[in-house]
Ligand binder design. Structure first.
Ligand code: OAD
Length: 246
């Protein structure tokens, strides 16, 4: 791993426009479970039964009870870990420009990154399904579910369910960021959910280097990514930063 850390630090120092694509893996060290793999949410639930917009429309109370309430508890108490902080330090050093994240936990912004594209929306806000009024999630009373807007409409997370389109502005900006970067860091994503997993493909097509940080291989490994640094995001980011700061 030492050689790859040195290589990544040198590649980052030489790059002119670095973009990161992140997934649930970067937040596991903050106590937020991933979706796939051991301990993942989809081990306990069928995503089509609980995270699909049709399931929510059929029975919002059920989805609130089984999924959204638990996410609220976990996200409310989570704070950035060394992986998030490492990306914030890369931005502070003028190296990293933009993060495209599939996560809805807001931890990149909490760590200090200023240009974060929330590809799957966010969990900081709830939106009325009738009048679109937004409420801060932390202020929403969930003693009765589903919680309701003052107009009587049902509140839903301002995040993307399966079966919904990616917010168009997030899609447009992500494609642009992928096409413009010369190095993409792909951190903590299984890279199996589309269209997010296409962003490294677009970056590669435009000539960028693709560097993965993940304890496991992904479909990008050896195909799209130039190299994979196998390890946890926190430790790997710390070591890359140490090398850059030498
Ligand atoms: P996944 O749960 O599919 O994948 C998590 C990835 O993180 C895996 O490849 C793990 O090997 C890796 N990982 C685990 N711990 C790690 C650590 N400490 N450091 C680095 N990597 C680690 O999560 P995503 O790829 O984000 O979509 O999933 C994509 C989308 O699927 C989510 O945004 C969500 C989900 O269904 C929607 O809800 C629409």
């Amino acid at each position: 791993m030492d050689e790859l850390i040195k290589k990544a630090a040198a590649d980052l120092a030489a790059a002119r426009n670095v973009v990161a694509l992140t997934g649930a893996g970067i937040s596991t060290e903050s106590g937020i479970p991933p979706f796939r793999g051991k301990g993942g949410l989809w081990e306990r639930f069928d995503p089509m039964e609980i995270a699909h917009i049709d399931a929510f429309m059929r029975d919002p109370a059920r989805v609130w009870n089984l999924l959204v309430k638990e996410m609220k508890t976990i996200v409310d108490s989570a704070s950035p870990n060394d992986g998030h902080k490492g990306l914030a330090r890369l931005e502070a050093r003028g190296i990293l420009k933009t993060i495209i994240t599939q996560n809805i936990d807001g931890l990149h912004q909490a760590a200090g990154n200023t240009d974060v594209i929330e590809f799957h929306g966010n969990f900081a806000w709830q939106r009325c399904m009738d009048c679109s009024r937004k409420y801060q999630t932390s202020q929403v009373d969930i003693s009765e579910v589903p919680p309701r807007c003052s107009c009587g409409g049902i509140l839903r997370p301002d995040a993307v369910f399966f079966g919904e389109i990616i917010p168009p502005e997030a899609m447009r900006r992500s494609r642009q960021a992928a096409a413009d970067c010369d190095l993409m860091l792909v951190v903590g994503t299984s890279a199996v959910v589309q269209p997010a997993a296409l962003m490294p493909v677009f970056a590669k097509e435009a000539g960028a280097k693709i560097v993965e940080i993940n304890p496991e291989k992904t479909p990008l490994t050896g195909q799209i990514s130039d190299y994979l640094i196998r390890g946890n995001a926190g430790e790997v980011m710390n070591r890359i930063l140490q090398q850059l700061e030498k």
